[in-house]
Design a binder for this molecule. Sequence first.
Ligand SMILES: [Zn+2]
Ligand SMILES: [Zn+2]
Length: 393
Amino acid sequence: MNSNVGPNLLVLLKRYNLCRICFERQLPRTIVLPSAYVTRSDKCNVCGGMMNRAGRLAKMVLRQLKQYEFASFLIGARVPAEILEQEDTIRSALKLRGGETLKAQITRTVGEIVADVTGKKVQYHRADVLAILEPKTSTIEVLSRPLFLFGRYLKSRRGILQRNRRCQTCSGQGCPTCLHSGWEKVKSVENILASALTNEFHCMEIRFSWMGSEDDNSLVQGEGRPFYAELLNPQIRSSKAAQRLTEKRLTGVSVNQLEIVDNRPEVLPPFLVKVRINITENGKIESERLRILKATLTNAEVHIDQPRKRKTAIKKVYWLRFRRRAPNRLELYMLCDSGISIRKLVGGDYGSIHPNFATILGTSITLDENRPFDILDVILPDSTMKTQSLYHM
Ligand SMILES: [Zn+2]
Ligand SMILES: [Zn+2]
């Protein structure tokens, strides 16, 4: 018997029925344990055989991680409270301090095996994947860190909503009409992008943040409309998948740019929009009126009443040009700040936005509902787009 272990300590340890691994965890490494004091692993009072299953748990983790692309990982464990308490009781009875806990040991042991086999590193902060051991039930739960993407989409067909719409029958509660999803089954940019992203990144759920929006019947051209996407539990997280998506042909919608970013901004930055507005004249507008419209809305402030926020937003229109396409069809081109509703700017919205087209033109005009307005470009503040493109239709 090693002289470092007092007989009293051994007697005490024996009383608690510990397996070799749990026993050794409580004592300095230098102590050699006499076999007579060791309990069979499955009878161990602390781990109940869990420590003996570390190799098997590691294998299960490895099998599940095969589906994931990752550079770093972390092993966690849900050790039942009664086991943690048992270990605490023994440690305080034996007046043991420091040393490793059962939870730390099982996660470290499994982590070392996984690192050895995969060549990937354990990382405590922002690991790509987290494998949680449920030692009692011998199950593993794998969660991967969300992946954030920044992209731009183009819309080449009319009649596609930007966002999904809540089911109108149940207002999103879930009913037989919507197959209990709470959503209407519609053709939307959101649906098209979500299914393409799910296919490439094998994720569970996607949360989008759109930089502005357009009408169902609007096209989106130029560099495209920017958006952020947060992918939950993705199995794939490489930029190659993002690249592949930009090369895909989707119906009516395509991804012009897609890159992996660190996060999505809490507040989206303001941006500029270049837009073409398609107007139907209900009586011919005199050229003089159009010239006034152009002069009024060149480098002009637009005041938008926001009664709910009890304030007036001030946005800017930088330039406006027009082109007559047919006797009663006008195309207006405009560069303006984000956050101006084109519909309200054209119609006046009962005077809540001024100046507005309706008041200046003094005649009844309507948007061509089949193609009300098109987004020709969306310009971000740090955009590298040539400034020249801002001044052309
Ligand atoms: Zn044990
Ligand atoms: Zn419904």
